[in-house]
Unconditional design. Structure first.
Length: 188
């Protein structure tokens, strides 16, 4: 009897594990699926799920804009459809973020990582969707001359086939803005 119950448990474990991970990326759904138990805000990034071809422009030290670089930006559902991960690939540089929505603070928390450095703590942006086509995230950051401010990230012009991204340093009241990075993406 003990052998039979052990065999049943061994047969059920993969089934139970699959049931708990049914929203993870798979052969059928390579970018995963949103978990129906996730906060409704999981849909904020839904149009970006998948792979996009992008052009990335960064600000040069002299204040001019560098030539645009090709970039691939992939978004997928992780943590069984309860969070979102993105990855960027451009000219030997790789980076990404883990995006989790916290219902108790009604905000997205975005934790960024990159091959350009390994900080002891990941930088974190906080924010959310402001209207049907804009998501804004902020992180406290001083300017190069020590002035208080924030680094502001804006996803805009979000459609099912494209989106834009802007990274800029802003004063606390946003009366002054200094854009440092622009990205334009189209879904593949």
């Amino acid at each position: 009897m003990k052998t039979l119950s052990s065999a049943i448990v061994l047969l059920l474990v993969p089934v139970l594990l699959f049931a708990r991970q049914q929203y993870e990326p798979s052969d059928t759904n390579p970018f995963g699926l949103p978990n129906p138990e996730a906060p409704a805000e999981i849909a904020d990034f839904a149009p970006m799920i998948g792979s996009s071809k992008c052009f990335s422009e960064t600000r040069a030290a002299d204040g001019t804009w560098n030539e645009p670089e090709d970039m691939i930006w992939k978004f997928k559902y992780i943590m069984n459809g309860l969070a979102i991960q993105d990855e960027t690939f451009r000219k030997g540089s790789y980076s990404g973020s883990i995006r989790q929505f916290a219902p108790d603070s009604a905000a997205w928390f975005v934790h960024y990582y990159s091959t350009s450095g390994t900080p002891s703590r990941l930088p974190t942006w906080e924010g959310g969707k402001t209207d049907n086509s804009t998501i804004i995230l902020y992180m406290d950051q001083k300017s190069p001359n020590g002035q208080d401010g924030k680094y502001k990230i804006t996803f805009s012009e979000i459609t099912e086939t494209s989106f834009e991204w802007l990274g800029e340093w802003v004063t606390p009241d946003e009366s002054f803005s200094y854009p440092t990075w622009k990205i334009y993406c189209k879904k593949e």
